[in-house]
Write a protein that binds this ligand. Structure first.
Ligand SMILES: *[C@@H]1O[C@H](CO)[C@@H](O)[C@H](O)[C@H]1NC(C)=O
Ligand SMILES: *[C@@H]1O[C@H](CO)[C@@H](O)[C@H](O)[C@H]1NC(C)=O
Ligand SMILES: *[C@@H]1O[C@H](CO)[C@@H](O)[C@H](O)[C@H]1NC(C)=O
Ligand SMILES: *[C@@H]1O[C@H](CO)[C@@H](O)[C@H](O)[C@H]1NC(C)=O
Ligand SMILES: *[C@@H]1O[C@H](CO)[C@@H](O)[C@H](O)[C@H]1NC(C)=O
Length: 773
């Protein structure tokens, strides 16, 4: 008999771990159906192509597409549109099975793309299987018996020294330090005892020291040495190493031995000291002194890119991002005087998004550079005069540039994708459309018109491209076009008739106004297969609100694992248990304007919830089957795990049931790069304001926390700190730790079925009361 007192002491992880999955599930057949839905439906489409690769100098392209029960590869001759199988998939599967020891089927080859080992030679391809590269001969002129796969010899050269999340070097790994030959072949430079030394090439002369101030605490990094093209000088970064924080994890149940193993990982966290790089210019001429470049224009760097010299050796250039992300610059340094200047500067009251910086040097960049900036509130292209600092806007308007895919310097034309250009026609602003524009901003030409999200893949000489497009409710179509946009022919038209016969219904797109009652918030609604409009359904939201992108699927492929890139199948599987499942992109996510994105700045607890709640209410206002009266459910992983917990902490009157995977629940515990990008540096109260640990006592409702014990992306101690705070606050919750599990555990890595079943079961039990617990 367990006393009330000891019961309450047991509350939390221990009790719930013991009871969670022992209850019998009333709806077991339904659960089994949902768990296997992806596997059952995955191979029911035909002719849905992946993006193509060009080969044979642009005369052919190939791609993978779906066929009955799997995938096949197709090669197309661009001039005739003739098709062929690039290889015998049965023979290749059998060869790969032999060499890897894993059995592969012809329709389920373990790679998505291949390339010819030598372009124009059909006899050998290169593929990547389970992280390893293989070179496979595939016969010539139909000699199918010639099939053989070998591991190509590795490059031999030592790799670069790794850096924890890009900013702290792993000093336990030696730097790659071969003698670096000057372009004229006369000199070699390398690092010895932390200092730069020079000697005549191929000589055994004692090297001449170029520096003497290098020490273990302030060393010259050989991997940053860059010779000027005229071989008279070189630039090297001197580095003050940051704090090499090690995250420690215990692997409790290793497969290799009985006893646990301690794992460590170089893992800098917000606020940690990071490597500080100082460019130093050295001259071969013994008469000239070395110059330490004045850092006034690039203080407290987050990162400096590797320097690049102009062709005439007059200057070198690097990208600078200030720590805390309030400023970005391109810095040019005079090769004769060592004087730096800023070619262009971006300032933000909030953040400059480091991962989406883009610069293109026209020629060698000594006169002009193409640049992307959000300075007018939208992400647009600019032409910068690099010698005189002039900046001219190329694209303009209430829409944004996504990716530049091609620049033609001779004709001064740029090909790019854009978002939001048709928004006045009520079209989805997240659809990618492609355009061409002149450097001077004239001649904006549209290449894609179909109302869908497009990707263009140009041939190497840019005379042709394949346009691959789809929507969540339009299976993928691919077409071959000439560079001027004219259509040569349709290549594939996806067919989902078998999938539709099996019960697949595309998600519905729904749009509602956000918190400002003006901005459109776009989302999806997924209903159960046996949906009856006369009944009511409780609602579950699939959330991911990381500011680095937008997440509602816009293209057709619905079979991603449920918290992978495309989550439709997981939403359907959850909905089929008797719910309506939805997903939306709230404010604070990317691919809209700067103001929309800035909502996330120093406020990761926001997660767009004010917009999300209004969106749910807008659906409920026009759809009587959409029942949010008893509280909404929510699930998500990583940043979506943090948002799922925070939904119950900060909006517990609206959201009452959550499954949170691998959450970065306190951003001070998580990797430095992602978190300082959105919360800034130094670490301030905004970190605590978003913390699910500091606010755990506000928990309302029911939560299941799921974490992989060996998560190398989000420190799994984040989950245990939430557990600790919930126990202290005397809150009930459920916990599933998967021993050995990585960040993607149960989502795209094993045990997928088990973990998904736990999510489905949790919502059924908590929201539908179908199980006796
Ligand atoms: C600045 O440099 C660019 C590129 O060389 C040139 O086109 C432009 O005329 C220059 N502007 C001024 C004001 O000197
Ligand atoms: C822009 O450049 C194009 C092509 O180089 C040229 O034809 C056009 O006259 C230029 N327009 C302006 C306004 O300078
Ligand atoms: C750009 O547009 C201008 C004016 O419309 C035209 O004269 C010129 O030929 C166009 N240039 C290109 C490269 O299309
Ligand atoms: C939102 O805007 C619409 C249309 O302008 C207006 O009718 C409505 O009253 C506004 N709602 C709120 C809550 O301000
Ligand atoms: C589930 O059971 C609880 C407690 O018995 C009850 O309060 C709640 O209304 C039930 N919910 C549903 C959807 O039946």
């Amino acid at each position: 008999m367990v006393s009330i007192k000891s019961l309450s002491a047991l509350r939390g992880a221990a009790l719930l771990l013991a009871t969670a999955w022992t209850a019998t599930v009333a709806a077991k057949p339904d659960l089994d159906r949902s768990v296997s839905l992806r596997a059952d439906w995955m191979y029911l489409t035909r002719d849905i192509p992946d993006l193509p690769q060009w080969s044979h100098a642009g005369k052919r392209f190939h791609y993978r597409k779906t066929v009955d029960d799997g995938f096949a590869f197709v090669e197309v001759f661009a001039c005739s549109l003739r098709r062929r199988d690039p290889f015998d998939a049965v023979k290749l599967a059998s060869t790969l099975s032999q060499v890897t020891g894993t059995t592969y089927q012809a329709l389920r080859l373990p790679f998505e793309t291949f390339s010819y080992v030598s372009d124009g030679d059909d006899s050998a391809i290169s593929v990547s299987v389970a992280g390893s590269r293989w070179t496979c001969t595939i016969g010539e002129g139909g000699e199918a018996e010639a099939y053989a796969c070998v591991r190509p010899p590795s490059g031999g050269g030592a790799g670069n020294r790794p850096r924890g999340f890009g900013v702290v070097r792993d000093l336990t790994v030696p730097a790659n330090n071969p003698p670096r030959r000057s372009p004229n072949g006369a000199w070699e430079v390398f690092v010895e005892n932390d200092n730069v030394v020079l000697r005549a090439a191929r000589s055994n002369d004692t090297p001449r020291p170029l520096s003497s101030d290098g020490t273990a605490d302030n060393f010259y990094d050989p991997e940053t040495i860059v010779w000027s093209p005229d071989s008279t000088k070189l630039v090297v970064y001197r580095v003050k190493p940051g704090y090499a924080r090690q995250v420690v994890r215990v692997e409790a149940a290793p497969t290799s031995q009985k006893q646990p193993i301690v794992r460590t990982q170089l893992y800098p966290k917000p606020g940690d000291d990071i490597d500080q790089e100082q460019p130093v210019l050295f001259y071969v001429d013994e008469e000239l002194e070395s110059i330490e470049i004045d850092a006034d224009l690039f203080p407290t760097p987050w990162q400096l890119s590797r320097p690049v010299w102009r062709r005439d050796s007059s200057e070198f250039v690097f990208d600078y991002q200030r720590r805390g992300h309030s400023q970005a610059r391109v810095i040019s340094v005079d090769g004769a005087t060592g004087t730096p200047r800023a070619i262009v500067t971006e300032e933000a009251d909030t953040f400059v998004y480091a991962d989406r910086r883009w610069r293109y040097d026209v020629g060698d960049g000594s006169r002009e550079m193409l640049w992307i900036s959000e300075r007018d509130g939208w992400r647009h292209l600019y032409l910068v005069g690099t010698a005189n600092g002039t900046i001219e806007q190329i694209t303009k308007g209430d829409w944004l540039v996504r990716d530049v895919i091609r620049v033609d310097e001779q004709r001064r034309l740029i090909w790019f994708s854009a978002n939001g250009i048709d928004v006045d026609e009520g079209k989805d602003p997240y659809f990618k459309h492609f355009f061409r524009i002149g450097f001077n901003g004239s001649n904006l030409t549209r290449l894609t018109t179909a109302d869908a999200s497009h990707e263009l893949t140009f041939s190497p000489d840019s005379s042709l491209y394949v346009d691959t497009y789809s929507r969540v409710d339009l299976p993928t179509i691919s077409e071959l076009h000439r560079a001027d946009g004219s259509l040569i022919g349709t290549i594939e038209t996806g067919d989902i008739s078998r999938l539709t016969d099996a019960g697949f219904r595309a998600p519905e797109v729904f749009v509602a106004k956000g918190r400002d009652n003006a901005t459109d918030i776009w989302g999806l609604i997924v209903r159960p297969y046996n949906y009856d409009p006369d009944k009511t359904y409780q609602v579950i939201e699939n959330i991911y609100a990381g500011p680095h992108d937008s997440f509602v699927p816009k293209t057709f492929w619905p079979f991603g694992y449920h918290s992978g890139g495309d989550k439709v199948i997981g939403m359907q599987a959850q909905a089929d248990l008797g719910f309506i499942v939805v997903q939306m992109d709230g404010m604070g996510t990317a691919n809209r304007n700067k103001a929309f994105h800035d909502v996330a700045w120093k406020d990761l607890a926001d997660s767009g919830f004010p917009d999300r709640i209004l969106w749910h209410r807008a659906v409920a206002a026009q759809d009587p089957s959409y029942d949010i009266s008893g509280g909404v459910g929510i699930y998500g992983a990583s940043a979506g795990g943090q948002s799922s917990l925070n939904a119950l902490l900060f909006h517990g009157d609206f959201y009452r049931f959550a499954v949170a995977y691998a959450g970065c629940y306190d951003n001070r515990m998580d990797k430095i790069s992602w978190n300082e990008q959105w919360l800034g540096w130094p670490v301030d109260e905004s970190y605590s304001a978003a913390s699910g640990v500091d606010h755990a006592d506000k928990l309302k409702g029911q939560i299941l926390l799921i974490s992989g014990e060996q998560d190398s992306n989000v420190d799994p101690a984040s989950t245990m700190q939430v557990v600790d705070a919930l126990v202290r606050a005397d809150k009930d919750f459920e916990l599933l730790i998967v021993p050995g599990g990585e960040h993607t555990v149960g989502r795209s890595t094993e045990p997928i079925d088990y973990v998904q079943r736990r999510q489905f079961d949790f919502f059924v039990r908590k929201m539908l009361n179908k199980t006796a617990i």
